[in-house]
Design a protein around this ligand. Structure first.
Ligand SMILES: *[C@@H]1O[C@H](CO)[C@@H](O)[C@H](O)[C@H]1NC(C)=O
Ligand SMILES: *[C@@H]1O[C@H](CO)[C@@H](O)[C@H](O)[C@H]1NC(C)=O
Ligand SMILES: *[C@@H]1O[C@H](CO)[C@@H](O)[C@H](O)[C@H]1NC(C)=O
Length: 285
């Protein structure tokens, strides 16, 4: 595989879960009809964004549960890879405790669930205008997620706040990924300053493609998403970008540009691992 056509579904997310799921399915079919081989949905695509909504909308990621069934069928019937944004995942632990994760299901074109990425870094923000702590209701995941797509091609998955950690992106580089997919819901405070900057930063420091998929902006929502879903190539150029409304954008990832970029600017080869540890322990900063 030398090229991969992808679609990002920047959809409006409302309070009606069944409607959100069926709209997502319709967009996946539309993306397929326009040549997409892999489709990405936004973070939190089945529920409004807000810690108060997560318990009510949470589901196990299993057959028999609406979001799982609907997405498995959408991937299978359209024969596409599907990075199904994220939803609140409900997990009952062996000692009957209920835990919620912010999780992304990844389905193969056969409709099989091949991976689940549980958001590793929970979102915390404390500015004058926006305060939010996912740690109040969610549990963080504990492993990076690499999805094998075809011979020699794989992608790394992160959710939203995960993009702020270059360490995770570099771990994906180490595992040989070709692109990084981040379903995300930045807001109108961090979005204008950090969204595009982080997409380009991760693309340039990992020298691979970076894909960010946001929900469409809803000014009346309690959490107003930034929009601007985008795809950045290994050189750091945005090759596709959405506005703020509901839309599907497409990009063709020419995977040969990963090697050519690394040849032009050999930063990964030039890494002086003898001078700095890759295990960064910055937790106390
Ligand atoms: C989700 O449901 C809401 C209604 O609650 C609707 O306004 C919105 O368009 C739906 N979005 C999608 C993507 O289905
Ligand atoms: C998930 O599916 C199981 C089996 O169909 C069902 O018993 C359970 O109520 C579902 N949970 C949710 C939150 O939909
Ligand atoms: C997951 O985390 C992101 C922030 O990084 C947040 O926008 C989103 O609402 C969360 N979604 C769920 C389903 O918990």
């Amino acid at each position: 595989m030398s090229k991969l056509r992808i679609a990002l579904v920047q959809m409006l997310v409302g309070a009606n879960k069944a409607q959100n799921l069926s709209t997502a399915s319709n967009y996946i079919a539309k993306a397929k009809s326009q040549g997409a081989e892999l489709v990405v949905l936004p973070e939190c695509f089945n529920c409004p964004y807000g810690t108060s909504f997560f318990p009510e909308y949470a589901e196990p990621l299993k057959p028999g549960n609406a979001s799982f069934d609907c997405m498995a069928e959408a991937a299978r019937s359209n024969s596409v890879w599907l990075v199904a944004g994220s939803i609140p995942e409900e997990v009952i632990t062996p000692d009957s405790e209920k835990k919620l994760f912010n999780s992304s299901m990844i389905f193969s074109p056969l409709g099989e669930l091949v991976s689940v990425h549980r958001k590793i870094h929970l979102f915390r923000i404390n500015t004058e205008t926006v305060k939010f702590d996912e740690g109040e209701v969610l549990t963080g995941g504990d492993s990076p997620t690499v999805v094998p797509i075809s011979d020699g091609v794989s992608c790394g998955v992160g959710i939203c706040f995960d993009i702020r950690f270059p360490q995770l992106a570099l771990e994906y580089v180490r595992q040989g990924t070709s692109f990084l997919v981040y379903p995300g819901a930045f807001n109108v405070v961090t979005g204008p300053v950090h969204w595009e900057l982080l997409a380009k930063a991760r693309a340039v420091d990992s020298q691979q493609f970076v894909v960010l998929c946001s929900p469409a902006r809803d000014e009346s929502a309690s959490y107003v998403a930034w929009g601007h879903s985008m795809v950045v190539d290994p050189w750091g150029t945005a090759i596709a970008e959405a506005g703020v409304g509901e839309e599907v954008i497409f990009a063709t990832l020419d995977l040969s540009t990963i090697a050519s970029t690394r040849q032009k600017v050999p930063v990964l080869k030039g890494t002086r691992t003898d001078l700095y540890a890759m295990e960064w322990n910055l937790a106390r900063k």
